[in-house]
Design a protein around this ligand. Structure first.
Ligand code: SF4
Length: 446
């Protein structure tokens, strides 16, 4: 059995490396070997899909390009850059770890496994990913994609979440990446292409689809890096959870699940825990262009992020007015539904009903741990994604209102907005004029 596994490992490695060479997606973090940039991408990719991560990663690297800049950044800035990705503890851990790298390692990214896993937010997977991808070390990785590929390739029917099966999978991942490692004393090949070309090949993986043909690369091929990425790439693009494209798979002939028609059964994961429904009601109150918001305290989910005043209620709660009174200490004059947001966090399916509340004069300006902020001030604060949608809604509304300016100066006394005339491309000179809705007879150029 051990022999069979060893010969399968030997066959899988070159097949996957060759496939990756011509099929790797061109992703921005694949054009660098900077461990900091790779670490950021790995933590972000634990949150969500590649296409969502790309703009976040680019913005982050523009704003905080080094471990030192992350260590020295304001927490509010770090949270703002992470806003929308969820699991904000990960962003806070990134900064804590960056500070430790600066303090304990002189700002140099650790290259040893033990040093890496001693940092907050870095576990076995992330350490393996950074060590292999950035430093080309034979460190294994095992994430959801790799688990799926390995259980299918090796026909592992046991639940991967069980300790013993997990250990088997880590063992296989390690055998594979060790097999991909270059020999301990590679023979350096003579350089071709000049010193300038050699430098260009260093420090970046380069477009994997358009690699320069320098002989030096044959000796220095980052095979551990490429192999681990190949495993993950296969799981992300071909060996997907549903309807994998086995006909395109480079290792199909080695795949036990394919041969035994068990692809749909593997990996054998537990049924997901049933989702629990929860409902919250949030309020948008406005006074002289300012909105009350509050900061979530330390030690709770989404700690330190900002939110509109809200309260959790039973699913069938009806008395919204009484909720507003409880939160603001004043009875609202009017309440209008603004929007309903549905989202899921871990095993909770959450409905957030948002109301616009108007109060008569004398609305108390105190709200627990809260501040009154203008729209611009709100834009600079970090919100959890559901509350970020409320802010977006307010910003869109404000934009619409400002593009709909009153017909000043001539109709100012009426204080009314002008009606829009239909726009005719053929008669644009007239189309850009507006008529006062009070029909005062004035046509006002915009
Ligand atoms: S043959 Fe199909 S199931 Fe097996 S590894 Fe390839 S894509 Fe996955």
């Amino acid at each position: 059995m051990a022999k069979q596994i060893a010969s399968k490992v030997e066959a899988l490695v070159p097949a996957l490396l060759n496939w990756f060479q011509s099929n790797a997606r061109s992703l921005p973090w694949r054009r660098t070997r900077d461990p900091y940039a790779i670490w950021i991408s790995e933590i972000m990719l634990q949150q969500t899909q590649v296409k969502t991560v790309i703009p976040y990663w680019r913005r982050w690297m523009r704003e905080l390009p080094t471990v030192q800049s992350l260590a020295g950044a304001r927490r509010e800035k770090v949270l703002k850059l992470w806003e929308g990705l969820g699991y904000y503890t990960r962003a806070k851990n990134l900064q804590k770890a960056a500070r430790m790298i600066v303090d304990r390692h002189g700002g140099r990214f650790p290259e040893k496994y033990d040093d890496l896993v001693a940092l907050p937010g870095i576990g076995r997977y992330t350490a393996g990913a950074v060590l292999s991808i950035a430093f080309n070390q034979p460190a294994p990785v095992l994430d959801g994609n790799v688990i799926r590929v390995l259980t299918r390739l090796f026909g592992i029917a046991e639940n991967p979440r069980e300790k013993k099966t997990g250990a088997t999978l880590w063992g296989l991942a390690e055998m594979l990446v060790r097999q991909a490692a270059p020999p301990p004393h590679p023979v350096p090949l003579p350089l071709r292409g000049g010193e300038g070309a050699r430098r260009a090949g260093e420090g970046e993986v380069r477009g994997l689809n358009a690699r320069p043909k320098l002989e030096v690369e044959t000796a220095r091929e980052p095979t551990c890096s490429h192999f681990n990425q190949a495993l993950m790439e296969l799981g992300a693009t071909i060996c997907t959870p549903r309807q994998p494209e086995c006909s395109l798979c480079p290792v199909r002939k080695h795949c036990i699940a394919f041969r035994e028609n068990r692809v749909a059964d593997l990996p054998n994961l537990d049924q997901q825990a049933a989702l629990t429904e929860r409902r919250f009601v949030a309020f948008v109150a406005e006074s002289r262009g300012r909105f009350p918001v509050r900061q979530r305290p330390a030690g709770v989910v989404n700690a330190h992020l900002w939110e509109f005043p809200n309260v959790e209620v039973s699913l069938d709660h009806r008395d919204i007015r009484q909720l507003a009174e409880r939160l603001f200490g004043a009875r609202p004059r009017s309440l209008k539904p603004l929007l309903r947001i549905r989202h899921s966090i871990t095993r909770y399916r959450i409905t957030l009903d948002v109301f616009r509340a108007e109060f008569a004069d004398g609305l108390p300006r105190t709200i627990q741990a809260g501040r009154w902020c203008s729209l611009n001030q709100l834009r600079n604060r970090a919100f959890p994604s559901a509350h970020g949608k409320i802010l977006k809604n307010l910003a869109t509304e404000a934009e619409r209102r400002s593009s709909d300016k009153p017909c000043q100066p001539t109709c100012q006394p009426h204080g009314l907005r002008p009606a829009r005339l239909p726009v005719s491309p053929a008669d644009s000179a007239i189309a850009i004029e507006k008529e006062c809705p009070r029909r005062c007879g004035r046509i006002v150029p915009r």
